[in-house]
Design a protein around this ligand. Sequence first.
Ligand SMILES: C[S@@+](CC[C@H](N)C(=O)[O-])C[C@H]1O[C@@H](n2cnc3c(N)ncnc32)[C@H](O)[C@@H]1O
Length: 478
Amino acid sequence: MSGPSARGRRAGGGPTGRPAGPRTKQARPESRRVRPVLDGARLTAYDVLDGVTSRAAYANLLLPQLLRERQLEPRDAAFATQLAYGTLRATGTLDAVLTGLVSRPLAELDPRVLDLLRLGAHQLLDLRVPAHAAVDTTVALTRAIVGTGASGLVNAVLRKVAAGGDRESWLATLAPADEVQRLVLSTDHPRWVVEAWREALGTEGDELEAALLADDVAPEVHLVARQVPREELVAESDGVPGPWSPYAVRLGSGDPGRLPSVQAHTAGVQDEGSQLAALALTRAPLEGPDVAWLDMCAGPGGKAALLAAVRPAGVRLTAADRAEHRVELVRAALEGQDDVEVLVADGTAPPWPAGGFDRVLLDAPCTGLGALRRRPEVRWRRTADDVAELVALQRALLDAALAAVRPGGVVAYVTCSPHEAETVGVVAPVAARDDVEVVPVAPLFPEVPDMARGEHGQLWPHRHGTDAMFVALLRRTR
Ligand SMILES: C[S@@+](CC[C@H](N)C(=O)[O-])C[C@H]1O[C@@H](n2cnc3c(N)ncnc32)[C@H](O)[C@@H]1O
């Protein structure tokens, strides 16, 4: 880790310059301010940004680890989370503001200085942190982490950010050229994602903005009752039944790891949208035998575990993944289940004979754009080029899935992304084959409103409170 540890240099002082709230005993008038100490929350937020920038860390893994190690007070931990996630989500807008205030291109700045500028600017633009506190604490961090020279630059730039007002005022100053650009700046998404959402939703209006803004809301914890009655899990967790999946319990917040059913693996954590995607495979009508199911891309095993739990007696489940370490996770997820086979296999060059399965789940590797609310940095890390690369793999896997299923059998093609190219774009050429027919998804879920995307299924965080899962059902006719 490049920055000082929270418990190391001058860390652990009381919170300095938190979002405006009731004045406390420690609050001082501006004229009597003392030099701010490095507080654990800001330092932890910076260390998350630095991990993401310099080591391509995942914020949702790094932040909990740092919070555990540093044992921050709950209030500081909440502030560190708000700062780190908020700054990561807002990176594009923050950079648009900073670009006009720094004489060099941002890419030429020391990456640590750029992260510190973003951290300070986020407090000024989006949080009700008093300007002097946002600037002074960021300057102090810069001095400690980078050095005195850089702290002068950070001080000067952040003062200009503060002088420009809050986000609203800055949006007016930046004067977006068109509606897409306005959404880019107001909802903190890259332009290509705004355009992809517009295409997938087929709308420009308020719903597009609502869909984008939903990516900034922390998701509820969803549980899946696999081998425990749902009512028991509801009672045990103090949650509420999920509205769509008969196995889902929505927990709101709280640590699911404390629940006995989760500890016993009879229940688990699984987004309700992922549950519906797996259930779509099971609900597709089928003629003839229904005894052999395949999950081609099973790691880490969430959907395989649900399929194993809900399959009718006599169904044998094969679960495969190309990555050995993910296959180990599948094994753990399926532990104790009879009649399952777990193996390492590349789905595009599979060891299983053609036509051997009645139902095949292809939960394809994808951009994961449908789960942006879980991973704040992903919207800026992914690029439009990633889509093309994944589409080639998705196509090859879908061809292989259709080869694995017997005539009359069904393939569920699933992505955690609503992007047109990864969803409808992959399915359309296959659906046009004369040995394939599309099974409409929405009629299989009459209880779920607004999930039809043509003949396929599409869930959205702003409509369903789930990740943006896509599912298409394809039957081989001969
Ligand atoms: C979206 S994840 C699957 C999630 C899983 N179904 C679940 O619910 O837990 C996609 C998986 O595809 C696997 N994968 C990627 N390329 C593959 C290939 N050619 N053959 C088999 N698995 C592959 C990845 O290792 C990854 O585990």
